[in-house]
Design a protein around this ligand. Structure first.
Ligand SMILES: C[S@@+](CC[C@H](N)C(=O)[O-])C[C@H]1O[C@@H](n2cnc3c(N)ncnc32)[C@H](O)[C@@H]1O
Length: 280
């Protein structure tokens, strides 16, 4: 049953088109948290909506309402607690586990297919540098799909996220394959110049400021940079492509954009996008 069908009898008909059609569930059967966006007009009905979400998902222990956009260096939302409960959960995705508290660290279950898409490109023996790693989900996906990856160094600024990443390496039995590093990508990347076969840059609202470093981390044998950006209509990839070619020229590395992908919607007429850049 849809959320709308569960609540529409308790909400005036003129507001029905504002009832959320989707919400995020982070967690598993052992416990989950639901995260929903509710417009201002539905303020008096927010608890009805939260209770309906809980009724639809018997593993949900807490319901949070997202307030505003992601903020700050750690890219966190503010939340209003609609139904209180534990928010630290173990999320299950494609056979691996991600321990996370979405209130304290960045995590989006909506990126799961992008993680698989990247992981399927990784070849045996690769050394991967994963910047802006959060709790480490791309690294874990890569190790599960390409167990012959040589090593993944995963760099993250938020110390709480780094602790979850360490825990995720442990519970997925990937010690020795994933090396979590707490620090600023700008500083840490300098230690990886010309040492990586692949660099993953999952910070759509800022990765461009680190792209020089990202390109310089690719080995002289060549490799791939996965560069994330926010693309705007009508020319969704235009700005990101310009940034790539200008940055490559500055650092004197030859590049070819081999794949352009819309990862998902970001805001009206704006998208989270990914360019896969072959650095020669
Ligand atoms: C959009 S999130 C992506 C996290 C993770 N890759 C994922 O997909 O769940 C970006 C992450 O980069 C981290 N971050 C922001 N600036 C950073 C920097 N200068 N160096 C390292 N990490 C940074 C944030 O704390 C946040 O966890």
């Amino acid at each position: 049953m849809r959320l709308k069908d569960l609540v529409k009898d308790k909400i005036p008909p003129e507001l029905h088109q504002l009832i959320p059609t989707s919400f995020d569930i982070v967690g598993s059967r052992q416990g989950a948290v639901a995260i929903v966006e509710i417009p201002e007009e539905l303020e008096p009905y927010k608890h009805i909506i939260a209770e309906a979400i809980m009724k639809m998902n018997k593993h949900v222990r807490a319901v949070l309402r997202r307030v505003g956009g992601r903020k700050g260096a750690y890219r966190l939302y503010d939340y209003e607690v609609l139904i209180p409960g534990p928010t630290e959960v173990i999320h299950k995705e494609h056979g691996y586990l991600i321990k996370v508290d979405p209130v304290k660290v960045y995590f989006s279950p909506r990126d799961h297919s992008d993680r698989i898409d990247i992981a399927q490109q990784v070849e045996p023996g690769e050394a991967v540098l994963y910047l802006f790693a959060g709790v480490g989900p791309y690294a874990i996906a890569i190790c599960k799909i390409q167990p012959a990856v040589r090593i993944i160094h995963a760099v993250e600024l938020n110390p709480v996220a780094v602790n979850y990443m360490i825990e995720n390496v442990r519970i997925n039995k990937l010690k020795g394959k994933i090396v979590p590093i707490e620090g600023d990508a700008r500083v840490v990347s300098k230690h990886f110049y010309y040492k990586s076969d692949r660099v993953i840059m999952t910070l759509p609202l800022g990765a461009h400021e680190y792209l020089e470093d990202g390109l310089l981390c690719i080995s002289r044998r060549g490799g791939i940079v996965h560069f994330y950006h926010i693309g705007k209509e009508p020319d969704i990839f235009g700005e990101a492509e310009k940034i790539v070619y200008e940055t490559a020229q500055r650092v004197k590395r030859e590049v070819e954009i081999i794949r352009r992908k819309i990862v998902r919607d970001y805001a009206p007429r704006m998208y989270k996008i990914r360019l896969d850049i072959y650095v020669k």
